[in-house]
Design a binder for this molecule. Structure first.
Ligand code: PMV
Length: 322
């Protein structure tokens, strides 16, 4: 029996990934740039046991089956192949996301799974190799292997750290607007956008320049330019899915009210910038010094259930090894 435990953190894309260039290899059609967040983490324990006749996986004490289980099994199969092992595994995963957040956890989940399972099997994988394997399961998971500011370049197999956690003194505030399951998962929604949206080619065309603009702004520590590129990338991505047939609408009335709130904060001189993913929550990037004031404003928006304060977080860590 060999067992390892890893902890990985969620990340939020400032410059978005939406659409695959290669579905089989799960290679994104556009480059992306993200910030790994402290406070939203997944702890995954993997134990390979020769006595098991099949793999088992639980998430927050619930047995997984169907597609979520198959994605985990595929990662385990690849690692078993590399380690020349046939031992089945017990995977126990817990999300340490504040309750009611309803935030996507596949990024932290797969980054933690790859690190824990490869360590348990004694495969010495560097971060690039872990990131590449995590990408097969979820492209955003490739970015959660690293801490701080991370890029996944166009055509790249793995993500890379662009700048460390303390590069900018900022917080990402997550305004939670609604609980409940997504209308459609991101994998299906991006494929539907690719197949039916007349705006999808325009999105893929526009994305690399927005990425370069965001990356240059980040490296120059220009928060305002970074925030503008982030908002542009967000709205370009949502426009591409709104134009699908039928359109994909993740935003709720409170999401729009939050965008208005962020824009009025900016008019009053506060550097705050919004982004949204495949869900109704709005994430707001702001300076640490302004965070308290921005949290107050976001909490006053009708329909906001909670505002989580996240600082830049670390990359994946092994906390127990054989
Ligand atoms: O990697 P996935 O399937 O979780 O897709 C992530 C898609 C977005 O969150 C909307 C954007 C991104 O780059 O994280």
């Amino acid at each position: 029996m060999s067992r390892a435990v890893a902890i990985a953190h969620a990340n939020i894309a400032l410059i978005k990934y939406w659409g695959k260039a290669d579905v089989a290899r799960n290679l994104p059609a556009v480059p992306s740039l993200s910030l790994t967040l402290d406070g939203l983490s997944t702890r995954t324990e993997v134990e390979f046991d020769a006595k098991l006749s099949e793999d088992h996986a639980t998430l927050d004490d619930v047995q997984l089956s169907g597609k979520p289980f198959d994605r985990i099994k595929r990662v385990l199969d690849r690692l078993r192949e590399q380690a020349d092992s046939s031992a089945k595994a017990r995977v126990i995963s817990h999300n340490h996301f504040p309750t009611a957040a309803g935030l996507a956890s596949s990024a932290s989940g797969f980054a933690a799974l790859v690190a824990a399972a490869s360590t348990a099997l004694g495969i010495g994988m560097n971060h690039a190799q872990q990131s590449s394997l995590a990408r097969w399961a979820s492209a955003s998971a490739a970015r959660s292997v690293y801490g701080g500011w991370v890029q996944l370049r166009l055509g790249a197999e793995s993500a890379e750290e662009l700048a460390p956690r303390n590069h900018l003194d900022v917080e990402m505030l997550v305004a939670v607007t609604r609980r409940g399951p997504k209308p459609i998962g991101s994998t299906a929604a991006m494929q539907h956008t690719l197949e039916t949206s007349p705006y999808y080619p325009a999105w893929v065309d526009a994305a690399p320049a927005v990425f370069e603009r965001g990356k240059a702004a980040l490296l120059a520590k220009d928060l305002s330019a970074l925030g503008h590129a982030m908002e542009h990338s967000t709205l370009l991505m949502h426009a591409s899915m709104l134009a699908a047939d039928p359109g994909v609408l993740y935003l709720a009335p409170a999401s729009i009210a939050l965008i208005d709130c962020v824009r009025s904060l900016r008019e009053s001189g506060v550097e705050a910038f919004f982004t949204m993913d495949a869900g109704p929550h709005v994430k707001v990037l702001t300076r640490t010094a302004d965070a308290e004031r921005v949290v107050g404003a976001l909490k006053s928006v009708a329909g906001v259930l909670d505002v989580l304060r996240c600082t830049p977080g670390p990359g994946v860590e092994i906390v127990e090894a054989p």
